[in-house]
Structures are given as structure tokens and as C-alpha cells.
Design a protein around this ligand. Structure first.
Ligand code: HEC
Length: 106
């Protein structure tokens, strides 16, 4: 009798666990509009594979060496599949729209 009760309570707790998981989860959708022009489509094609454009916008205006280094980091460390010539196009786009021409490292 005791065993049956234990089994029943076990079943109950498992089913409540599933009940919690199957509840719909609502996530807020955050859209980060990306500035148009200068081959923005190349940047979108490659830079949105792993993360949203929020990562790019959050940095504020950055110098050319910063963007060159960041794009290299995405390719070398995180294995972003971006051909060399497209990396250059992307860096130019980022410097123009989300940066400034400077030799500063930041
Ligand atoms: C292969 C996956 C991948 C691709 C493609 C990718 N990133 Fe990232 N990115 C990452 C990861 C992983 C991080 C680190 C996230 C963390 O540390 O929280 C990151 C972080 C960043 C950051 C935050 C600052 C930093 O240095 O960590 C920036 C800016 C950034 N990415 C820009 C870009 C740009 C621009 C592109 C397109 C050239 C791009 N990413 C493409 C994986 C990727």
C-alpha cells in the first residue's frame, strides 16, 4: 500500500514537471535595425549567423583597427566562414557606419 502511494506521488511530481515545461515561453523580440548602404547585405549575411546585430551596436563608434581586429577574431577564434575579400568589405562598412577613421586601438 505504501509503495503504491509512493509511486502515485512520483507520477504526480513528474507530470507537474512536464506541465511546467510545456507552458508557452514568451520572449521579447528585439529588432536591431542595421544602417543601409555600402554592402550592408554582406555584413548582414555573415555577422548575423551567430548573434544579433546588438553586439555590433553595443560597441559604440570604433576605430578601423578595432573593427579589423574584431572581424579577424570572429573568423579565427569563432570560425566565422567569411572569405578574405568579404572581410574587407565588412570592415569598411563597419568603420563607415559604426566607427571612425583612426589608428586608435579602440
Ligand atoms: C561563428 C560565429 C560568429 C560569427 C559569424 C560572428 N560572430 Fe561576433 N561573436 C561571436 C561570439 C562567440 C562572440 C562572443 C560572445 C561573448 O563573448 O559573449 C561574439 C562577439 C562579438 C562582438 C562583441 C565584442 C567582442 O569582441 O566579443 C562583436 C562586436 C561582434 N561579435 C561582431 C561581429 C561581426 C562584425 C561579425 C561579422 C563580421 C560577427 N561578429 C560574426 C561569434 C560570431
Amino acid at each position: 500500500m505504501k509503495k503504491k502511494l509512493l509511486f502515485a506521488s512520483l507520477l504526480f511530481s513528474v507530470s507537474t514537471l512536464f506541465a511546467q515545461v510545456s507552458k508557452p515561453i514568451e520572449m521579447p523580440y528585439v529588432d536591431y535595425p542595421i544602417e543601409k548602404g555600402d554592402h550592408d547585405e554582406v555584413t548582414q549575411q555573415y555577422c548575423l549567423i551567430c548573434h544579433s546585430f546588438g553586439y555590433v551596436l553595443n560597441q559604440g563608434k570604433k576605430s578601423r583597427p578595432y573593427w579589423t581586429g574584431t572581424v579577424s577574431k570572429m573568423v579565427n577564434e569563432f570560425k566565422a566562414p567569411i572569405p578574405k575579400e568579404d572581410q574587407q568589405v565588412i570592415v569598411n562598412y563597419l568603420v563607415k557606419h559604426y566607427g571612425y577613421e583612426s589608428d586608435a586601438k579602440h
